[in-house]
Each structure stands twice: as C-alpha cells, then as structure tokens.
Design a binder for this molecule. Structure first.
Ligand SMILES: Nc1ncnc2c1ncn2[C@@H]1O[C@H](COP(=O)(O)OP(=O)(O)OP(=O)(O)O)[C@@H](O)[C@H]1O
Length: 243
C-alpha cells in the first residue's frame, strides 16, 4: 500500500485567472480512508484529477509512496492509483462489462488465466459476478457504478480514489458500497457530498474550500460541528444527528 503526500498544490485551468487549488497540503497514511468534503466548486474533482496525473502539475508536489506524480513516473503512478470517475460512463466503453474489467490488466501485460481470475475476483468483490456478459450501456446507474469500480480493482491499485461514488445508488447499494470499501486494504480518498456515507466509511475527513484544506480531523468530530458545516455549505440530511 502507498501513502499519499500533497504539498503546496496550486492550479488554475488554462485560460482562467482563478486559482482552483491554492497551496493545498494533505498527507494520507498508507491504508487510511479519508473523505474529501466541501461545497460545489471547492476543487475536489480538480484535486482528484491530479492524483494520477490526468491534470498536469503546475505548482507543488504529489507523491504516491516514493513516486512523484510527474511525466517521468506516469506509468508507475497510474498502476498504483485507481481512479473511479464521478460519471461511470467515462470508465465503461467496451462491448461487455467483462471486457471493460479485463482492459486494465491487459494493459498491464496480464493475460490468460491470471487476467480471467482478476476479472472474476473484481466483479465478485463488488457484488457483480453476473454482470460480466452484459452490455455496459444497458446497465442501471447502480450497476454501472459497481462495474466501474471493478475495472479499477482488477488493476490491484495501492490507492483508490473515488469521486462521488454513491450518486445513483439506492440505500442498500450505498450501505453495500460502504461495507465493501471498509473491507478493502487500499489507501482511499473518497470525494462525497453524502455525509452519512462519509461517516460510515471514513474514520478521517478533510473539508476543502477555496482550493485548500480548511478542516482535517475525525469524520465524526467534523460532522458534529454545526458551525463548521454551515461555514462551508455542508449540511447533514434533515433529521440526522451525530451521536
Ligand atoms: N475544465 C475546466 N475549465 C475551467 N474551469 C474549470 C474546469 N473544470 C472545473 N473548473 C472550475 O474549477 C472549480 C473547481 O471545480 P471542481 O470540479 O474541482 O469542484 P468540486 O469541488 O469537485 O465541485 P462539485 O462539488 O460541484 O463537484 C469550479 O469553479 C469549476 O467551475
């Protein structure tokens, strides 16, 4: 497993003047699960897209274990960091779920029985053993989410980064996903607006606002702080209380 260290990360989208990430520091220990919370536009997805080099670093440094995220280490970084996109359709593009899940291991040069074992294990682990032959664009939203997660797990990453993993999931699907993630050994960063899901899944949370980390602590203590939540446009579901 790998730790993740982000130091002084700053970023503006080309052609814009606004710093979307602004001197962001964050360290996540190996095996830790951290929820990344924050209002719309606070930079969460932009941060996530940096973690496996999908956005090119402008200022600062990111390390996955001892590998810097830079042009010279992209292949290693992408092997180590599995990114599950906000929109599952971005991850599913083959004719069958099986082929989508097999695509990553194939790219790593894994073939034959070992590749089939990885596909079967990944689908099984997300409760989607029966989805292999299905056409991805015929799946329900929740089924697509599971399939997208399986495509990443099949590559056996050290670090899992999930962007809004519960969107489109029914209550049982959310609970099952939380239990699945808690059972994985990977270091995890989970971007979510689903605060109860964050509490159930991640012992630690950070709040991003204005492109920097403005709070960092146990998820329970952050979510119990009404003033902190209000300041950063976060809100627990109506009637939900932290005990
Ligand atoms: N490709 C882009 N070009 C220009 N600006 C962008 C681009 N992508 C995002 N932004 C801007 O960057 C800021 C941060 O966006 P980002 O998607 O990282 O926020 P977020 O915290 O993930 O938001 P949300 O909770 O709404 O998903 C926003 O102001 C957004 O409009």
């Amino acid at each position: 497993m790998s730790d993740v260290t982000i130091t002084g990360l700053a970023f503006r989208y080309p052609g814009t003047h606004h710093r979307v990430l602004d001197d962001l520091d964050l360290s996540v220990s190996s095996g830790e699960r951290v929820a990344v919370l924050g209002p719309n536009g606070s930079g969460k997805t932009t941060l996530v897209l940096h973690l496996n080099g999908l956005l090119e670093l402008q200022h600062g440094e990111i390390r996955i274990g001892n590998a810097p995220v830079d042009a010279d280490h992209l292949r290693e970084v992408r092997r180590r960091v599995g990114l599950v996109f906000q929109d599952a359709d971005d991850q599913l593009f083959m004719h069958s779920v099986h082929d989508d899940v097999a695509f990553g291991p194939a790219n790593l040069g894994i073939d034959g029985d070992e590749r089939e074992r990885r596909v079967a294990d990944a689908l099984e682990s997300v409760g989607a053993a029966d989805l292999g032959p299905r056409t991805p664009h015929h799946l329900s939203g929740g089924e697509k989410r599971r399939a997208a997660l399986a495509t990443v797990l099949a590559m056996d990453p050290d670090v899992l980064v999930l962007d809004e993993p519960t969107s489109g999931l029914d209550p049982v699907g959310r609970r099952e996903l939380s239990e699945l993630l808690v059972g994985l050994e990977q270091t995890q960063l989970i971007v979510t607006h689903d605060l109860p899901f964050a509490l159930a899944t991640c012992p630690r949370a950070v709040i991003l606002d204005g492109g920097r980390v403005v709070a960092d602590g146990s998820t329970r203590s952050l979510l119990a702080d009404d003033a902190l939540l209000a300041t950063h446009r976060l809100e627990l579901p109506f009637g939900y209380t932290i005990t």
